[in-house]
Design a protein around this ligand. Sequence first.
Ligand code: IMP
Length: 211
Amino acid sequence: MKLLLATQNRGKIEEISRMLRHLNIELIKPEEEIEVEESGKSFMENAYLKALAYFKRYGIPTLADDSGLVVPSLEGYPGIYSSRFYSLDWGGKEEVQNSKDQANIKKLLRLLEGSKDRRAYFKAVICLMLSEEFYIFAEGVCHGEIAESPRGSAGFGYDPIFKPLGYEKTIAELPPEEKDDLSHRGKAIRKLSHFIEKCKHSIFYQRAHSN
Ligand code: IMP
């Protein structure tokens, strides 16, 4: 069975590949980025839109992740705008100096300066699309709080400023396998991998015989 990963985000590709390794399926990374207008109002809608766009182009089972960081004291921002938070008018734009990730972090820390309520959670919704009519979703959430300053170099995105509940370290200071155990993406992928494991032969069979 081939499974297309509908993303160009290297951090996501690395994590998802690591977590699906045991399934022995061929993971396909798209050669070119497909411009998907993330016009949905939720992670779920955007995960669906990404899966559909890639499925239409490649025509094989596709897995799409839409995820982000939700900060309740900031009205839920960055939320579905996590990857381009730095560029939003909301909260003031942040100039990109080194990377978009760093600009996002800088803006978030600026907006939370002096704030006592630093609670936050990561959320991931993953859409597994087997045909345009048959697709399923899995969701994962990881609660924690925003650190005062960035620490660590593992992972990607907001990892250097996110401390999972019960941890003093940020995710970027944890080994990758520990992130997988507790992360939003890890939780969502584990739900789906049970499903893929159980039916990968029948999915494969149906596709082979419908062509
Ligand atoms: P998407 O590619 O539109 O789903 O945006 C995802 C964005 O959310 C990323 O670019 C990161 O900024 C953030 N994000 C999602 N998952 C993680 C994570 O596991 N660690 C850190 N940041 C994340």
